[in-house]
Design a binder for this molecule. Structure first.
Ligand SMILES: *Cc1c(COP(=O)(O)O)cnc(C)c1O
Length: 438
């Protein structure tokens, strides 16, 4: 289940990705190493795009926050996806990658004036407005530029998707969006409609992440369509676009049962169409914003195993040459992963170990209780489904340089992110004169 895309085990019992033995990758690029399976990544883009387009007017926007650099943005552009960005930095990366600005959607609950100016100058396709403050700010900056701006309004529908509570954003008690249930959303819509420089093309919502259940999506879609009907009644405004966010769950570890993209698409698109008929509305263009479902399964992290510690009768710790600096998800919200020994991929598991990082923090763990063949120092640990929210949430805690990232495809491995050096760590450090050595 964790072998996706082009991942295989070869005759020597080594993990192969993109036609390359991962031990060769380790020799050439070192560890820790983020490996991205290009074919797997492109496949994920295509499957989602085709699944939704089959039902009518639909746009798949890759949520770049899950994994964002020049190469990945370029691939998303080549696959004909739209792109979500949440900051000036993500926007800058996308533009530098040549991503067509009109296919970029700009999110965020506190875009600053400079970020908004950057977006307007670039001609970003949609700005997702999060609150009243931003409605005013955006309208006044658009006025400065003499431009009209297409916007979506982020609505908080109050749906609780069944997932870990720290990664839910759909509840009422959320920093995001206009609350649907207390009339704030309708007030926001009216404020948008009456903003001279803003063109309200649609509504947006995002109910959470790593979701396996289609019901909250159906339910949210129905709520949003009902709201669109209400908007038409109260303002005569026809909402043309409905963005239902991301959150499609992927396989990390046993127990995870991802829904087929075809089923997601059918659930969402048929609900939109049914409700449009029911309320006598034009069928809006549907936008979905998967991040993890595109980048997650395409990424594998390779580590070298170093030290061991046995707590007798309790557990055996093995430590790798990375940790919460390259994958904070286990420490942050108890995320689970699957792993194998890339150099012993054909051997049966014989022991249960827990994998620790090398940071100065007890919570710096990558996997708890994973079954592996007999583990020795120098073995290469491959952790699966680490394409999403690993690099993008990485840090230099303990001044660990960030790993390199390679893109592999049909026997070629290209570096798409250089390994950080110690000099990189000092890049922005300054020593005031009065602290300099005599
Ligand atoms: C995080 C996020 C996404 C992507 O979520 P995934 O779980 O990676 O699919 C999409 N849209 C918005 C607004 C988000 O905040």
């Amino acid at each position: 289940m964790f072998l996706t895309g082009t991942m295989k085990i070869n005759a020597q019992g080594h993990l192969v990705i993109g036609g390359i033995d991962t031990l060769e990758l380790v020799k050439e690029f070192g560890t820790p190493l983020w490996v991205v399976d290009e074919e797997g990544l492109r496949y994920n883009c295509r499957v989602l795009k085709e699944a939704f387009s089959r039902w009518g007017d639909a746009v798949v926007a890759y949520a770049s926050k899950s994994l964002c650099n020049l190469a990945i943005c370029r691939i998303a552009a080549q696959e004909g996806l739209a792109l979500d960005v949440v900051s000036g930095g993500e926007l800058f990366t996308a533009l530098q990658a040549g991503f067509p600005a009109e296919r970029i959607l700009f999110h965020g609950n506190n875009k600053d004036p400079e970020e908004i100016r950057m977006a307007l100058q670039a001609g970003v396709g949609r700005i997702i407005v999060d609150n009243f403050y931003e409605l005013e700010l955006l309208n006044s900056i658009a006025e400065e530029y003499g431009k009209n701006v297409d916007i979506l309004l982020r609505i908080t529908p109050g749906v609780e998707a069944h997932t870990h509570e720290y990664i839910q954003t759909g509840q009422i008690d959320s920093k995001f969006g206009f609350t649907l249930t207390d009339g704030q959303a309708m007030e926001g819509v009216k404020a948008a409609v009456y903003s001279p420089r803003l063109n309200l093309t649609g509504l947006h919502c995002h109910i959470g992440s790593q979701i396996f259940d289609m019901d909250p999506f159906r339910y949210t879609t129905a709520l949003m369509m009902e709201f669109i009907a209400q908007i038409k009644e109260e303002t005569a405004q026809e909402i043309a676009e409905l963005d239902l966010g991301g959150g499609f769950g992927i396989f990390y570890a046993s127990g995870d049962q991802p829904v087929d993209p075809e089923e997601w698409a059918e659930a969402v698109m048929t609900t939109v169409q049914e409700k449009a008929r029911h309320y006598n509305l034009r069928v809006p263009r549907v936008i979905v914003e998967p991040g993890r479902a595109i980048s997650g399964p395409a990424g594998v992290t390779l580590y070298t195993i170093g030290s061991f510690k046995e707590v007798s009768g309790i557990r055996k710790y093995i430590a790798v040459d990375g940790g919460m600096t390259d994958n904070i998800r286990t420490a942050l919200y108890g995320a689970k992963y699957s792993a194998i020994l890339a150099n012993k991929a054909d051997q049966e598991p014989v022991e249960t170990v827990s994998v620790a990082g090398k940071c100065c923090e007890s919570g710096d763990m990558l996997l708890w209780d994973v079954k592996l063949p007999r583990v020795e120092s120098g073995d290469i640990l491959a952790v699966f489904a680490t394409g999403a929210y690993n690099y993008s949430m990485s840090s230099n805690y303990n001044r660990l340089p960030r790993p390199a990232m390679v893109l592999v495809n049909q026997g070629c491995a290209d570096l798409i992110l250089k390994r950080e050096t110690y000099e990189d760590l000092l890049r922005n450090d300054l020593l005031p004169d009065r602290l300099k050595l005599e």
